[in-house]
Design a protein around this ligand. Sequence first.
Ligand code: ADP
Length: 179
Amino acid sequence: MTIRNTQGLTVWFTGLSGAGKTTLSQALEKLLMARGYRVEPLDGDVVRQHLSKGLGYSKADRDENIRRIGFVAELLTRHGVVALVSAISPYREIRDEVRRKIGAFLEIYVNAPLEVCEQRDQKGLYQRARAGEIKGFTGIDDPYQPPLAPEVECRTDLETVEESVAKVWREVEAKLAGG
Ligand code: ADP
C-alpha cells in the first residue's frame, strides 16, 4: 500500500456554536480520506471530554484548551497528517499563537450571525444560556473575536454546505499541493 508522503496540515475551523464547524470538518474528512490522506479530526466537544477534561470556560481555561489542541495538531501536522480542528476558539491571540507554532495552517472562519446560530440551536445550548443556566456562553455573555485575515471565510447563513465545503477544499488542495 502506498502512503502519500505529504507534509501535514492543520485546518482550523473557528466560529460560534452552531456556525457549521463540525459539519464542514466532517465533509472535509470524507473528501481527504477518499483521496488517501491521513486525517485526524479534533472536535472541541470531544477534546473537552478527554484531553481538556476539567477545564472550564474562563479566558484562561479556554486559552489552555486551545493550546492543548494546538499542541496535538502540531504533532499530527509534523507527521504528515491533516488535522481538522473544530473548536469555537474565540480568542484571536491564542489562535494566532497556534498558527505561528504549527506553520502549515489554514484558518477557516465559519461565520453565521448569532441570530442564525441561535435559531439553529441544535444542542439547545443558546436557549439554556438565555435562560441563565449556562454562564459565559460565547456570543451571549462571552466574547468572540473574529479572525482578521482567515484563509477562507464561509458565510454559512448565505452558502449551502456544498458551497462552503468547495471553498475550503480549494484552499486545502492548494496547500497540500505545496501552495
Ligand atoms: P458547530 O460545529 O459550529 O457548532 P454544526 O456543524 O454542529 O455547528 O451545525 C451547523 C448547522 O448549520 C448544521 O445543521 C448544518 O447543516 C447547517 N448549515 C447550513 N448551511 C451550512 C454551511 N454552509 N456550512 C455548514 N453548516 C451549514
